[in-house]
Design a binder for this molecule. Structure first.
Ligand code: PEP
Length: 256
């Protein structure tokens, strides 16, 4: 089986003031600042990026991520943030197409594709979210949804570009609900998604592509999910807001 280093990312969403961010980052540095078995990314809100960036300056193993960016390089887009602005703060990753952005801010696969290009243009590594709603799962449409999101949002890259991308499969029905997909359910979707990438980019690319699972990941379920052959990490929302639970997820992600 091809080796893919696990990648665990914490998405803080619209949580944590700068003072709160300082406290959790201090604890994370103590606990996992030297943990090297998995790649670790934390994604604070824009307002905390600067202070967290400073705190992580000498920490090799925890990388900084943003939760969104604008697709244009600069200009009259009130309230938006560009890839270059993120890059200057030593941001390395950026979440694109999270289901909350698709649901509340009308983001489409076409926009996702544009944002991926903007991120790559500034040497940011996109974490691109895909996933079906409960209604789509119940109507047995998840394959169609996943394929459409991949072909509409994550195709059209060259081999170098796709190698910078991490995909996050996040079933919308499992985000923040406490309902987690079973290891088997998640594995089925991950294997299906990898098959689509193989069809678009070929075997070598799909073997290397990391696909995270996201949706109510907790210390208790991380190991079962992350031991699945096509699950290469986790995108963690709620449980990343607490240093102890995020640390436990990171450590459990590599436990056999
Ligand atoms: C997320 O928002 O990316 C997420 C997976 O949230 P939670 O872990 O809280 O379900």
């Amino acid at each position: 089986m091809p080796y893919r280093k696990k990648i665990i990312a914490g998405n803080w969403k619209m949580n944590k003031t700068n003072n709160e961010a300082k406290v959790i980052v201090h604890d994370l540095i103590l606990e996992i600042g030297k943990f090297d078995d998995a790649d670790i990314v934390i994604c604070p809100p824009f307002t905390a990026l600067s202070i967290v960036s400073e705190m992580l300056l000498d920490i090799q193993n925890i990388k900084l991520g943003a939760q969104n960016l604008h697709q244009a390089s600069h200009g009259a887009y009130t309230g938006e943030v560009s890839a270059a602005m993120l890059r200057e703060l030593f941001v390395r990753h950026v979440i694109i197409g999270h289901s909350e952005r698709r649901q509340y801010f009308g983001e489409t696969d076409k926009l996702v594709a544009e944002k991926i290009k903007a991120a790559l243009g500034a040497a940011l590594k996109p974490i691109v979210c895909i996933g079906e709603t409960l209604q789509q799962r119940e109507a047995n449409q998840w394959k169609k949804v996943i394929e459409t999101q991949i072909r509409g949002g994550i195709s059209g890259l060259d081999e170098k570009e796709i190698s910078e991308v991490v995909v996050a499969y996040e079933p919308v029905w499992a985000i923040g609900t406490g309902k987690v997909a079973t290891g088997e359910q998640a594995q089925e979707v991950h294997a299906f998604a990898r098959g689509i990438f193989k069809d678009i980019y070929g075997q070598a690319v799909s073997d290397k592509l990391r696909i995270q699972y996201g949706g109510s990941v907790k210390p208790e379920n991380a190991q079962e999910l992350l031991n699945q052959p096509d699950i290469d990490g986790a995108l963690v929302g709620g449980a990343s807001l607490d240093a102890r639970s995020f640390t436990a997820i990171v450590k459990n992600s590599c436990a056999k």
